[in-house]
Design a protein around this ligand. Sequence first.
Ligand code: NDP
Ligand code: HSE
Length: 431
Amino acid sequence: MNTKRNIINVGLVGLGTVGTGVARILKSKAASLTNRTGFEFRLKTVCVKHSGKKRALELGKTKITTDPRVILNDPEIDQVVELIGGTTDAYKILHAALSKGKDVISANKALFAERGEELFRLAGRVSRHIGLEASVGGGIPIVKALSEGLAANRVSAIIGILNGTCNYILTEMTEKNRTYAEVLKEAQAKGYAESNPSLDVNGTDTAHKLAILARLAFQRKIDFKKIRKEGLVGISPEDIFHAKEMGYTVKLLAIAKTEGDALDLRVHPALLERGHLLANVNGVFNAALVRGDEAGDILFYGRGAGERPTASAVVSDMIDLARLRRVGVQPHHRDFKPAILHPASQTYSRFYLRFRVEDKSGTLGRLTVMLGKHGVSISSVHQVAAPHASSVPVIMLTHRANEKKLFEAIRAIDRLPIVRQKTVVLRVEGE
Ligand code: NDP
Ligand code: HSE
């Protein structure tokens, strides 16, 4: 940093959806950023993959390169902003930048969830800072809130909607009866989805974000691979319709709860009662309900993906890190103990079940007997009339049941000759 004039030289790696947003803010809001913070952020160099690509933004004096070493080896660059995604090249870039004494900022949740510990340890060793606000919840400042604003709290639960793409898909399917494939395409065009959108829809992106939040909230090392996750695969318009008829809405939830000394961490679609705080979080919006022992329940809400909200979070980290560098604050790194994960066999929930069965006498009885045998008690049953079809849907809601026993019952039911399709099982959360 040029201390006399408080100039921060920035090297930006990645000029896609988020990188373009960051460059645009630095250019269009240069004066107001300096007025508010006292720093002048200069975008010195931008690194991209394809040199010939047409860019949405005129970069003026900023140098463009395809070689990240131009940024990493530049002693004038104070901050490296990584916005390329992935866990290999991005890791190398952040590792090299920290090793060379630069502060780093990234929106890369996959990297922090899967290889974060190595980078946090390195940052501690070399006394440099890592900004990761943009990695969770787009424009919502939840990382800062958990690290600082709620530091006086013992957090006991986080329940969130953390993937904008999935929430956009579910909302459009629910409200406008649009197809999954059509809406996913639109989410990609709007810049919400990951470059590999299966990470969004199979729950991986939500699990990445949950791992980051759980580490901050519970001060434990989280083994991302052990988070139980299910994505949107298997959610059909039929289930969204039945859920709606019964007063519920379907959301992809990220759940982290303390269970004694253990943590219950899971990502899965769930039915939420229409009156639940998270049930009306729609479109690209994200939200997280955090329960602290001092502050009580706090709800964070905002746009969870897209160029502008995410760039807003990146720039907030740039300002934060510039301030920390100016006053010489050392990063506070602790090697957390690994989290003990609460097993599925001890998890209880209410369930939505959709069977597709033969429409003949005794069918309902056989289903309920099998559920009863496994200790699963039913709270409501609805058979959809289909006079000329050979099979009919039967929808059930259960009382709280042991998850392991419930799935054992469903496996046994799906082997019965009266069952025509694999049964759909969704959890009901929130009561
Ligand atoms: P994009 O795919 O839109 O952009 C990626 C950019 O990185 C492109 O400019 C590409 O170059 C460049 N790039 C890729 N590989 C390399 C490389 N090896 N060296 C140099 N440049 C490279 O991604 P997004 O902007 O959507 O996402 C960036 C990061 O932000 C990801 O980690 C993502 O998970 C995260 N994120 C994204 C959000 C969103 O809403 N999109 C929200 C929150 C986080 P080129 O342009 O030449 O192809
Ligand atoms: N693909 C992610 C989402 C981007 O849709 O939420 C924001 O992290």
